[in-house]
Design a protein around this ligand. Sequence first.
Ligand SMILES: [Cu+2]
Length: 272
Amino acid sequence: MRETSGRGEGRLVAVVMWLIPLAAVAAGMHHWLPKMASEHGAGIDRMLHYLLITVGGLFVTGHVVFGYFLWRFSGARRAAFRLPSVRTERKWSLIPIIALSLIAEGGVFVLGLPVWAKLYAAAPPADAVFVEVTAEQFAWNVRYPGADGKFGRTLTQLLSLSNPLGLDREDLAARDDIVLLSEIYLPVNRPARIRLRSKDVLHSFFLPHQRIKQDIVPGMTIETRFVPTETGTYEIACAELCGFGHYQMRGLVHVVSEEEFNQWLSEQSPYF
Ligand SMILES: [Cu+2]
């Protein structure tokens, strides 16, 4: 192979190709996740780390090999290669596809499905605290069922600024419902059932510390569950760009002891 003047540039690009995975590995070493504060959270973190390591490994390998070819063959006037048979070409196109699918998708299924089942498939525990969260542009309306344990009827025609959920006073079950704005109280180590609804557009109920992220779809009632394991005050964020005031859609989750929770609950007055 004859050397030409393009060699220096080619090798420079090769070095850049090697620096990219180096920077990616340095960034990957940093622990980006917020403190984990729920029972199933370890499973979510395990899956995220698995994906980071496997897909990151492929990313690094790809760049190292690419850089090697650039380094080795840059400046060559013509790259000589042998045309493989169609069969070989097919084989080497299929192998990476199958391997990647097995590593990435298979891993997500094996590690992720049991966690998913815990959150969505299992029957709700009897001692769970039931809370309803109705999202709207740009707030979270929080409702507790009150002493009767039943959420009262809501009607769209009753919606107003002073009745943001359209609670129906005629329904006995609605009279003791407790309504709060953008604040949730939960007892620590007890399962929480969160029933999610939306009044307008798509929102997403995101509790980064509890590793909960559930889209909310208008017209649907979706339930998500988790067990908070650490007391403290955490942020609720909306993880769906839902309009101009999306950034205002912050709320708070107070995870407190069982006694504090009961005390707090007894101090709340019913909506009507
Ligand atoms: Cu939103």
